[in-house]
Design a protein. Sequence first.
Length: 224
Amino acid sequence: MASGIGEHWLAGVMFLLAPIASAAADASGIIFSGGFEWVCSPQLALPDGMRTWQPVGNISYGSDTTHVRPNVNITEWDNLWGFSSVIDSVPVSWPGFSDAPAPTLRNFGKWNYVAAHFRTPAAPGNLSGRFGYSEVPSSPPARVTMAISSTCGDFAAHLPTPGCLKADVEAGNALVFWHFSTTAPDTACALQPGADYYVNIMIANPESVVPQAVVVGMNSVWQP
């Protein structure tokens, strides 16, 4: 696999625009949003080093690098994938827009991790979808690791199925595929109705990254 990094993005669907559901976190990493409370560890001790939780970021959409939404609360799914451009004012709840311009986190600290919370509907039907990782042309490229877990900042211990983790992925490749089925547990992430989850993301090769912050974007495509 390739190593290094420049400007990159985890493509997805949009992000935010006008006011959205607010969230606040104290020094311990406890987040309060819409009456729901959970804990994100301020730091994670991983084999390749310590990762610091990043709750705020600067967001652009797709290939548009001119218009950036600063200081966005990236602890909630709706604030990332609930918008398709900076002119949207009301977020679309999970699973958000399908195959819209990817929300691009333009200041992802290479030793940070991001965790975006979402809750699945009580009656999801046959919903299924996937994430993909795309790269803004630059060199050297970054690799990413993504996991959907029931725990904030978790990449191993609380995954619904083994397929909820995609590690060390190069740009241009698929990340996690999710659905509401028990089939293919090793290759797909089996979600449950009415449950809380986190999309956890980190740079897989921070030791090779030259900048202190990178640009990542993630696309989200789903179907009923």
